[in-house]
Design a protein around this ligand. Structure first.
Ligand code: ADP
Ligand code: MG
Length: 631
């Protein structure tokens, strides 16, 4: 090495985003500044984890046998000199180029997201965001006047280097002396942040934010974090707050988990598991867990950080720790995948999660509703991808229904309250609960006091062809033309007969429907079941894949309105009046307009109308006629 190389210092400018982040951090008088420590510890822990994985396959690393740990020191300084903190780790370290890259030139996704949230302004306050999510390494500038990062990579030939920055727009890179592997961060504290140069204070912060970091954090000689494996303790010994803390420290999510499941068993495999269903489907910005999957441990040693081989695809939102004595310590990815034990382990975990979810549904319906809102989709996709998942997921489904009063019901609850004479489970497809509630298909069911489930999620239509039965009861769409239902009482049937219009008038009206709607329908006929609605559209018997029309419309794909049977309710006052009109004034424009509108309304009702706005000019014409008549 030449002397010039040895003393050479290079200056770099930060990326624009980082400059902005630094500016916010340096100038925000932030009360929760302590989270800088959480961020630095989390980086050190990541660096150690990467080292740990490297050493599983590579022995040729610097300091192979050194303890994987962090050390925090508060050096003595002369009276009046600025105070300091030093944070050291035996992680993977950084080369000179990596220092430049990682701490200055890459546009960090975290920093960018942070800024875009801050710019959204209004309800997001920068200080709130820092508190909830941190902004990674740079949060150190909330407490530092100057930061010096000295690092040496695990690669044996790499030299140590230092990154130095005073919180301005640039940083410099210098050669440095460091014998051992890892990273040391020298923090020169701001005058207003000297309170952090206290062992007691640092211990408190670690307790609060980093207690479950999985490597020891030493302050002086003593270890500041518990680092105990919470999942290996007896559930009865763990407080709820410990779970929440553990979850927060593991994920850095602000939202509380919807479900926490902690259990140990020895049969059929040994396992200690601590699993969580997150509060939200989407991870928060800057969440620490970047991918789906659980952390897989063997004998308390991490062997895979994001293991997706244990649980089926529709349970990949479950996060947490799975630890088993039965797995070999040096498993490679392939052996993890093909391991018979893994299959058993997966089955055990799946069963347990399903059980806990079922329990949540029974004991805390409101929480379950939140769960279903976030993750119900995954359970429906499950059936689309893998029909054998039915048995697992169907009991967890929830729907609104004609009798649920806005609440969600399970299929089990539905079956339990079916009257003895009812043979099938009925459902109606449509766009929203509000629209299907008025569906004409429900008329005969309301008349008989039968419950109908509202299937108003696009996925319901998609998977309905693969759902033929539940607990031996057929699942039946109420739009099928000739559903057999128990008879209504005689009194009701008589009441209906009284309002009937003369046969000839009614037939004339039916004829007008045929000529007006033409090719758009397959048939017009009298309905035997309608009560409160004038008309409905039903599927011809041989129509297959009718649910696909609904989906194609939602997906905006090439969509043709399917041809259906128009059923007319002869006993409806509107139909009686229109039949009379058809007999007395066959040329009245009102007749044609009404038939068109009845058909259009029925399409909307079915969730099949390509463009409901098309109805507006016609509605106006109808209003003009009605207003004219009222003059
Ligand atoms: P993040 O941790 O979300 O990636 P940070 O701003 O916290 O973002 O850190 C930026 C990057 O700097 C890290 O991704 C890592 O590559 C590197 N880094 C930070 N601290 C260390 C450390 N102690 N050891 C090794 N690399 C580190
Ligand atoms: Mg980080």
């Amino acid at each position: 090495m030449t002397t010039q190389e040895k003393t050479q210092t290079d200056s770099y400018n930060f990326k624009a985003e980082i400059k902005q982040v630094l500016h916010i951090l340096v100038h925000s008088l932030y009360q929760d500044r302590e989270i800088f420590l959480r961020e630095l510890i989390s980086n050190a822990s990541d660096a150690i984890t990467r080292m740990h994985f490297e050493m599983l396959t590579n022995r040729d690393v610097l300091d192979h046998d050194v303890e994987l740990a962090m050390h925090i020191e508060i050096p003595e300084v002369a009276e009046g000199e600025p105070k300091q903190i030093i944070i050291k780790d035996s992680g993977i370290g950084m080369t000179k180029d990596e220092l430049v890259q990682n701490l200055g030139t890459i546009a960090q996704s975290g920093a960018r997201e942070f800024l875009s949230k801050v710019e959204e302004g209004a309800h997001f306050d920068a200080t709130d965001l820092i508190g909830q999510f941190g902004v990674g390494f740079y949060s150190v500038f909330m407490v530092a006047d100057e930061v010096r990062v000295v690092s040496r990579s695990y690669k044996k030939r790499a030299k140590a280097a230092a990154w130095v920055c005073d919180g301005s727009d640039s940083f410099r890179i210098e050669p440095a002396e460091k014998e051992d592997r890892g990273t040391e961060i020298y923090i020169t504290l701001r005058k207003d942040a000297e309170e952090f140069a206290s062992e007691w204070k640092l211990k408190q912060i670690i307790k609060k934010h980093s207690d479950f970091v999985r490597y020891p954090i030493y302050i002086g000689e003593t270890q500041a974090n518990q680092q105990k494996s919470l999942w290996r303790q007896r559930p009865s010994d763990v407080e709820n707050d410990d779970y929440l803390n553990f979850y927060r420290q593991m994920t850095m999510e602000f939202e509380e988990p919807l479900l926490t499941a902690h259990f140990s068993t020895d049969v059929p495999v040994n396992v200690h598991a601590l699993l969580f269903v997150p509060g939200k489907r989407e991870p928060g910005i800057l969440a620490a867990r970047k991918d789906p999957g659980v952390m897989l441990y063997s004998h308390n040693v991490l062997i895979q950080e994001y293991c997706t081989d244990l649980l089926p695809p529709w349970l990949q939102f479950v996060d947490g720790v799975v630890d088993s004595e039965d797995l070999p310590l040096n498993v490679s990815r392939e052996t993890v995948q093909n391991n018979r034990l893994m299959a058993q382990l997966g089955k055990t975990l799946k069963g347990r999660i399903l059980r806990e979810l079922k329990k949540l549904g029974q004991e805390e319906p409101e929480k379950y509703e939140a769960f279903w809102r976030e993750f119900g989709r995954a359970f429906k996709e499950a059936i689309a991808i893998d029909p054998t998942a039915k048995e697992d997921v169907l009991p967890l489904y929830r729907y609104r229904s004609s009798k649920s009063d806005g609440k969600l019901v399970s299929l089990d609850e539905y079956v339990a309250r079916m009257p003895e004479t009812q043979e099938a489970i009925y459902f109606v497809l449509g766009d929203t609960a509000a629209s299907v509630a008025h569906s004409p298909h429900l008329d005969p069911f309301k008349a008989r006091d039968l419950e109908v489930l509202y299937w108003v999620d696009p996925l319901d239509a998609l998977i309905s062809p693969s759902l033929s039965e539940y607990q031996g009861k057929p699942l039946q769409n109420v739009d099928e033309a000739d559903i057999e239902l128990p008879d209504v009482t005689e009194a009701e049937a008589e009441a209906e007969a009284e309002t009937a219009v003369p046969e000839a008038d009614f037939n004339r009206f039916v004829g007008r429907c045929v000529t007006t709607l033409g090719e758009r329908i397959t048939e017009v006929r009298e309905s035997k079941v309608l009560k409160d609605s004038p008309v409905r559209l039903v599927s011809p018997k041989d129509s297959h894949n009718k649910e696909m029309h609904r989906i194609q419309r939602l997906l905006n794909q090439d969509y043709e309105v399917p041809k259906k049977i128009l059923e007319i309710n002869r006993n409806h006052p509107l139909i009686a009046d229109l039949s009379r009109l058809a007999a007395e004034q066959p040329d009245a424009p009102l007749l044609r307009l009404s038939i068109e509108q009845l058909y259009a309304s029925a399409l909307v009702q079915e969730g099949l109308h390509p463009n409901p706005a098309d109805m507006l000019p016609r509605i106006q014409e109808l209003m003009e006629i009605a207003a004219g008549a009222g003059k």
